[in-house]
Design a protein around this ligand. Structure first.
Ligand code: AMP
Ligand code: MN
Ligand code: MN
Ligand code: MN
Length: 285
């Protein structure tokens, strides 16, 4: 069985490795098929494709789109996208505009709490690439305002905390429209992380399917064994396919390493079951 890891980040968003180093590590860890899925940006894909070709593994071009759904943020992974597709890029450009404004706003909010230099600190950590809350968390930890990144999120960056700015991301139908227009397959990322009630989860899965969504990330670096089993059952109940991805952000993150995921539960139908090596990347519905 090939080793699939269909969710990972580079320093083009909030990961810490270059696309080439990410691919090399995936290859060393035994990954056969790797998706690079940076947040709201596709600029890392070209380098990753070159590195994957050199390393002899398959690269699935991907993106993780931030979505505002029912006043909360949900992440949708698009796999097998054409990164040059016009409507996808137009949509992602809007997402980046919001990100830039939000970063300045987070800086202003933290300033009001007596934390100076957060915006420029986050910018320098993003090194000219997209700015994420992760870069603010790195700044807050490095400057000693918090113990570590996790603490930075809990104290400053999540809902109800002083540096939180509500998301104004794409709607679910918009994000799925961009993914489908670019020939990709839409997957709900790490569903257990949203802590949805049964009713809201039912609504999310139904709306996702109605907009053309195809799969749930049943196996994720952030899922417990029970989460995997629960979402395996839901994937079958909702007739959705199952995906698997580490959500790797870099060697320093306390996360599951690339390619080190448990297999999909037997009950699931894998998203990649119909992909053919000859068709790579797996675009088209
Ligand atoms: P953003 O898209 O800029 O809002 O940032 C979201 C990213 O922050 C996620 O993709 C995670 O990588 C990271 N993140 C979110 N919550 C936490 C947390 N509690 N601890 C550490 N990292 C987190
Ligand atoms: Mn992230
Ligand atoms: Mn995510
Ligand atoms: Mn991710």
């Amino acid at each position: 069985m090939p080793n699939y890891d269909l969710h990972s980040h580079t320093y083009h968003s909030d990961g810490t490795l270059s696309p080439s180093d990410l691919v090399k590590r995936a290859c060393c860890n035994g990954v056969d098929v790797l998706a690079v899925t940076d947040h709201d940006i596709t600029t890392g894909i070209r380098e990753a494709q070159g590195a994957a070709q050199a390393a002899g593994i398959l690269l699935v071009p991907g993106v993780e789109i931030s979505v505002t759904w029912g006043a909360q943020t949900v992440h949708i992974v698009g796999l097998g996208i054409d990164p040059d597709e016009v409507s996808l890029q137009a949509g992602l450009a809007e997402q980046l505009k919001f990100r830039s404004w939000r970063a300045e706003e987070i800086g202003r909010l933290l300033e009001r709490k007596g934390i100076g230099g957060a915006y420029s600190g986050a910018c320098s950590r993003a090194r000219g690439a997209l700015i994420s809350r992760t870069h603010f968390a790195q700044f807050l930890a490095a400057e000693g305002y918090v113990r570590d990144k996790r603490d930075a999120f809990a104290k400053y960056l999540v809902r109800g905390k002083p540096g939180h700015v509500p998301g104004q991301w794409a709607t679910l139908p918009e994000a799925l429209g961009w993914i489908r227009a670019s020939g990709g397959h839409a997957v709900i990322a790490h569903p257990a992380r949203y802590k949805l009630s049964a009713t809201r989860l039912q609504r999310l899965l139904t709306e996702f399917k109605e907009s053309g969504g195809e799969a749930i990330e049943v196996v994720s670096g952030s899922h417990s064994r029970d989460d995997c089993l629960r979402f395996a059952t839901l994937s079958v109940r909702y007739d959705l396919l199952a995906s698997s991805g580490s959500d790797y952000h870099g060697p320093e993150a306390p996360w599951v390493d690339l390619g080190k995921l448990p297999p999909l539960p037997e009950s699931c139908r894998a998203l990649w079951a119909s992909w053919k090596i000859a068709d790579f990347p797996p675009g088209g519905a």
